[in-house]
Structures are given as C-alpha cells and as structure tokens.
Design a binder for this molecule. Structure first.
Ligand code: UGA
Length: 505
C-alpha cells in the first residue's frame, strides 16, 4: 500500500467508508475513515487490554487511571499484569496509538467514545458495587456538560441490567444535555491469560445500543475486526478470525446486552458446577469423569468446553457475577435458585478436595504438603478467589505446613499467605515436593501436567499425588509408583510398589 505524507492508509472496505461518511460528515474532529478517538477509563485487566487492542486496531486511544504510580509505569512501557502479548503490543503502540494519563477531563474532551472499565466489586448483598462507575460518570458529566459535541459513553465493566439507564440519569442530573450523548453497553468476554487474543479474535462482539446513532459509532470502532481489515494487516495477531471469517457483531438493546454478559458467565459457571457434580457421582460408581465429559461434549449442542472437573472455579468474575446475577433476579421478584445451587456446589467442591487430602493422609497436623499452583487458573498471576489459596489456608489451619510453587503468582500470594515456617515458597515444583507427605495439584498450569515423574517420586517422602485438575492419567501415575487421587475418577494405589521408604523419626 502506498504511503501519503508518510502515513500508511489502512484498507477499509467501501461499505464501512460509506457508513462512516454518512454519520460523521461535519464531525470530522472525532475520526478519520480509519481512526477514532477513544478514551478508556480504568487500566485494570479489561481497560488496559481494551486500550492496547483498540490502538492495535488503528484507533487513537487515551487510557485514564487515577493511580499515578500505575500511569507512570504504563507510560514507561511496564505492564502491571501477567498477560500474553500485552507488553510487546503496548511497546508497539505506546506514544503513537495509545497514551496514559490521570487527567480524565482532557481525555474525555478529545474523544468520541468514552469506555468505562472500572471495577464493580461484589457488595455485601451480592449486588455489584457500582460506586466507582457512578463516580466516573459524574466526572465525565462535569467534563463534557459545556462541550455540546456528541459522545458515546460505553459501559465495558460488568454491570447489572439497567446500569445503562442509571448512567444516562446521572449524566442528565449533572447537567449534560440528553441530545449530546448516548450510553451503550459493550460487555467484554475476554479471559485472563488469553485476553489479547480474545479481544482481537472474539466469538462475538455485543453492542447494546438504544439509538441507531450510537450503534453506528460502535460498529465503526469494531469495523477493523468485523470487516476483517485488521486480519490482513502485516503483524496482525493470528487467531480464530481471519479476513475471510471476520468477527461478528450482535446489536441488541442495552438491557439485553447487560444480561448477555451476566448470563454468559453464569452459564459457564453452571457448566463447571454441573460437571463437578457429575464427577462426584462418577467417582462413587467407579466411572471416569474424563470419559464422561468427552462423551457429553461430543454432542454438538453441548460442546466440549468448560467441562473440566476441578476443585471448583475461582477468579474475579464467576463468583462475583453469579452472585450479582442472582441479585438482579431477586430485584425483579424472581427466585433464580439455580444460581444459588451453582455457588453452593462450587463451595462444596473445595471441601470435597480438602477431604480427599484428609482421607489420603489420615491426619493433617505436622504433615508437609507440596502445593503446585496458587493462581485461580493457568497462565495468569491472578489469585483473586483462587481455590488454591483457599484450600492452602484450610490446610495451614488444620496444622499442616505447605511449600508452594506457582510459575507466576508467587509474588501476589506472599501478600495474602505470608511466608513463615509453615508457609514456604519454593523455586520449582521439585523443590516444593522435597520430602513432602503429599503433592497437591491446585492450578492447571501446563508444566504441572508434564512433570518428570521419576524425579518427583525421588523428591517426595511419600509418593502420594492429589490432583485437583485431573492433569494425569491414573494408569500412568500408578506405573510411576504413585498413589494418585483425582476428581471424578477412581484412585490408583501403588505406593507399596514404589522404592522402599524410610520413615522420618
Ligand atoms: C471468565 C469468562 O470465561 C470470560 O468470558 C469473561 O469475560 C470473564 O470471566 C470476565 O467476566 O471478565 P476468567 O475469569 O478469566 O474468564 O477465567 P475462565 O477461563 O473462565 O476460568 C474461570 C474459572 O473456572 C477458573 O478457576 C478455571 O480454572 C475454572 N474452570 C474453567 C474449571 O474449573 N473448569 C473448566 O472446564 C473451565
């Protein structure tokens, strides 16, 4: 493609250009055919990934955060979270497509679309605490009430239904003319660990807009993905979408989009609680949950994903969103009991795991446990609501000592499980396992499924492995001399056939 005054134009399909011209004639300060001015408020997992990915899609982005230290770090190219592709992508666009500031007013003023991506933590009642959203909306309102130019305020944070309407009201109460803005819901479906790929290769983009005008702004923002133009650019991140099979967009009402987000997370959590319940049944009747999950997942109406039995789900989304969705139903006078069951089963699953360890070791006081995994899942350093952290706490309370190892989450874990004589952090899986009474697999890191079993067996005091993620085949573990206990499968007891062991005195 030829360059013009040193600028390489981005290929935009004619159809998109026509739409853009039709809407933005006379509003050219907001966008050119290729680029829109976007402000993202909040630089957490969702905000930071969105900001960097919008820049990758060719937009001009300013990301706002009130944490000065974080903004300084980001301005220097540092990334505060563990996320594949994020650091190099930030380096590629820093100072060109994306910049960081603490000045919300200036950032909002120069942007056509303002994405709100601040936290919505769980409040005491189960409802999402929307005070950060409200504070940000009031600040946006104060910054734009005298501008008069049209802007779209986009809720990207996970919020309950009708938040869209509340944002509109708060804007209005703060003196912003209703004709100068619209509020759109654009929920995010990215997973931690694969967030950048999920953003650029989405299963779907959902836009909840109650006006044509605002829907079109969002369609244009996502045009590089929905037209496929992004995927044919040199250096585009490869993934499931491509120029011939671009991302799809679903435009709904704001309320529907808000519910799509909550219902999606609730359904995925439900799938996990379902398979965990089936796993407990499978174990009771000597069946194998892995075969069962394969058999169920082969039905194209069900699908194979999110049917991995485990010690339960965790993270900053599922526990909070299932509770918040239940609260939403309650507010409408509906008893969505299924969601309560999903939570209850998930909590019970951690007890199931705890009891497996207890029955393998008889008593826990004075026992030395090797904990492989601290993060709530693999490929992240996030320990929020991590089942691993929860069960380690219980083992410590029961009098055991724990030596833990995680490839990414050790630093964060030290803040909640302080190192002590009883809580030790190891350099790798084998040193964690040294002299252990049992090894526990708590997080599904790939490397924990590829351990050198001979070396592991030599390291431990007793070859007992209790696997909360089903990373091994019982048969293989038996062949390596391990007593192997997992989820939803019969245990294999082979300890007596391992090398002779000397009991410590
Ligand atoms: C989840 C959703 O998958 C995303 O679509 C959504 O955007 C995100 O929440 C959010 O609302 O921000 P995430 O919390 O990053 O993403 O993690 P998941 O990959 O969904 O895993 C959640 C938990 O379920 C983890 O503890 C994981 O180990 C567990 N899990 C997952 C299972 O126990 N079994 C499975 O089969 C799958």
């Amino acid at each position: 493609m030829e360059t013009w005054l040193g600028i390489t134009p981005v290929r935009v399909p004619t159809q998109t250009l026509v739409k853009i011209n039709r809407l933005f004639l006379g509003e050219f300060i907001y966008m050119t055919a290729e680029q829109m001015s976007i402000c993202v408020i909040g630089s957490g997992y969702v905000g930071l990934v969105a900001a960097v990915c919008f820049a990758e899609m060719g937009h001009s982005v300013v990301c706002v955060d009130n944490d000065e230290a974080k903004v300084k770090m980001l301005r220097e190219g540092g990334v505060p979270i563990f996320e594949d592709h994020l650091e190099p992508m930030l380096a590629k666009h820093l100072g060109r497509g994306v910049e960081f500031t603490t000045d919300l007013a200036v950032a909002v003023e120069r942007s056509a679309a303002v994405f709100i991506a601040v936290g919505t933590p769980q409040g005491d009642t189960g409802a999402a605490d929307l005070s950060y959203v409200e504070a940000v909306v009031s600040e946006i309102a104060r910054s734009i009430c005298n501008l008069g130019s049209y802007k779209v305020i986009v809720e990207k944070s996970t919020v309950p239904v009708y938040t869209n309407e509340w944002i509109r009201r708060v804007m209005q109460r703060n003196g912003v003319d209703l004709s100068t803005f619209d509020v759109v819901s654009n929920p995010e479906f990215l997973r931690e660990g694969t967030a950048v790929a999920d953003f650029l290769h989405p299963d779907r983009i959902v836009v909840g807009a109650n006006t044509e005008r605002s829907a079109l702004v969002l369609r244009n923002i996502y045009a590089p993905l929905t037209s496929g133009s992004y995927y044919s650019q040199p250096g585009a991140l490869p993934g499931t979408c491509n120029a011939r099979r671009p991302a799809s967009i679903l435009v709904t009402s704001a309320q529907s989009a808000e519910i799509i987000k909550h219902a999606s997370n609730a359904f995925l959590a439900l799938k996990i609680s379902f398979i965990n319940s089936v796993a407990n049944l499978a174990e009771a009747v000597d069946a194998d949950i892995e075969d069962i999950a394969t058999g169920i997942g082969l039905d194209s109406r069900i699908g194979p994903k999110f049917l991995r039995a485990s010690l339960g789900y965790g993270g900053s989304c599922f526990p909070k969103d299932v509770a918040a969705f239940h609260w939403v139903a309650q507010q409408q006078g509906l008893d969505f009991r299924l969601l309560q069951e999903v939570c209850k089963i998930n909590e019970t699953q951690r007890n199931v795991f705890f009891n497996k360890v207890l029955s393998a070791l008889w008593t826990l006081r004075g026992k030395k446990l090797a904990a492989l995994g601290l993060a709530f899942k693999c490929d992240t350093d996030d320990i929020r609501e991590s089942p691993a952290i929860d069960v380690i706490r219980r083992f410590l309370e029961a009098g055991a000592s724990v030596t833990a190892y995680d490839p990414a989450a050790m630093e964060r874990s030290r803040e909640v499980l302080a190192p002590s004589e009883k809580m030790v952090y190891a350099e790798n899986a084998y040193s964690a396992a040294a002299d252990a009474d049992a090894v526990l697999i708590l997080t599904d890191w790939k490397e924990f499924g590829q351990l050198d079993l001979v070396r592991l067996n030599q390291a431990v005091r007793f070859p007992i492995l209790i696997d909360g993620r089903n990373l091994y085949k019982p048969q293989v573990m038996a062949e390596h001399g391990f007593t192997y206990i997992s989820i939803g499968r019969s245990a294999s007891y082979q300890a007596q056939q391992g090398r002779p062991r000397q009991l410590a005195i």
